[in-house]
Design a protein around this ligand. Structure first.
Ligand SMILES: O=C(O)CCC(=O)C(=O)O
Ligand SMILES: [Fe+2]
Length: 320
């Protein structure tokens, strides 16, 4: 794939509007990627209790420190951006944040990051189904290759022009997927893509390539033919500044964009792990996470977040 002409921004935007993606080959140097990889390796080793992972085989969410089967490397690492300035610098790189603002038509707010060491195996989807922006289409994603992709490692697959398919409305009238409703979306999108003759494409990335996709571009993780192959990559999602301001999010500026300061993903741990497990209950973060509990504690009807967690929180499926 030829490298786009980064100096012709108008042409890049036109291409993105038409196709729903931009493939930026050789965007980051291999050395720059190595620096970020080293920072991530340090984090994983030094702060494993801050790093929240999803096991791709079981769907279970845990701290990296507690994860079973680490040697399989089939994990999604959540939100390194909250912990690592190096990840933020990459995700909101000076030129990249400029380009994202141009494509989104407003500054981009980095609001989540996912690091995959192996293929995601994710079925076809559009990101707005799960990370639904307040304003339709005000979401954009980047996918950065941390190593060269092999065809058997489950490379990224995408469907050019699929972002123009009108958004499916779920039972509640929104484009946010409700529980059990995905089969309806899949049937809709398959029919639409067939009617439009949209082909499937594979992005066989080289280390340092960046693939940018539109909020509503259909994509997924390709078939993994060789389970031993890694496919180290970083996915970042960005909302538009306008929506984030409306929601009063805590935004930290970086180059032409922002990153959202927020609590890390929560993990559901049995209360015993704080009594016999040698952990400290994160009282302050728990109250911050659950304003109803905070209000009850302030009103004196609940002694503490910790008491709430033992009596009700854990059973209600709340995490820490
Ligand atoms: O990297 C992949 O295989 C797809 C990831 C993805 O679709 C996402 O995180 O939104
Ligand atoms: Fe996605």
């Amino acid at each position: 794939m030829a490298s786009p002409d980064y100096s012709n921004l108008a042409a890049l935007r036109e291409q993105f509007d038409r196709d729903g993606y931009l493939a930026l080959t050789g965007y980051f140097s291999r050395e720059r990627i190595d620096m970020v990889l080293a920072a991530i390796a340090r984090l994983i080793e030094q702060q494993p209790r801050e790093v929240v992972v999803d096991n791709l085989a079981t769907g279970q969410r845990t701290f990296w420190a507690d994860a079973d089967g680490r040697e399989t490397r089939r994990f999604k690492f959540n939100d390194f951006y909250l912990l690592s300035p190096e990840v933020r610098e990459l995700a909101l790189d000076k030129d990249l944040s400029e380009l994202l603002a141009l494509l989104l038509r407003e500054p981009a707010v980095l609001c989540n990051s996912l690091n995959f060491q192996k293929g995601s195996n994710q079925p076809k989807h559009i990101d707005s189904l799960y990370m639904t922006p307040q304003t339709d289409h005000a979401l954009i994603a980047t996918w950065t290759a941390f190593e060269d992709a092999h065809p058997d490692s489950g490379p990224l697959v995408y469907y050019p022009g699929s972002h123009k398919i009108p958004l499916f409305r779920f039972k509640d009238g929104t484009p946010h997927a409700g529980p059990g409703e995905m089969p309806n979306w899949t049937a809709y999108i398959e029919a639409q893509m067939k009617e439009r003759g949209i082909p499937e494409k594979i992005f066989l990335a080289k280390k340092g390539d960046v693939f940018i996709w539109h909020s509503d571009l259909v994509h997924g993780g390709g078939a993994i033919n060789d389970q031993n192959r890694t496919r180290n990559s970083l996915v970042c999602h960005y909302y538009g500044e306008g929506d984030c301001r409306k929601l009063n999010c805590d935004l930290a500026p970086l180059h032409r964009g922002y990153w959202m300061r927020r609590l890390r993903q929560s993990v559901t741990l049995p209360p015993e792990s704080f009594t016999t497990g040698g952990r400290t209950f994160p009282e302050k973060a728990y109250l911050e996470r659950y304003p109803d509990v905070k209000a009850a504690v302030a009103a004196g009807t609940m002694p503490s977040g910790w008491v709430h967690y033992q009596a009700a929180g854990f059973k209600e499926g709340r995490g820490v």
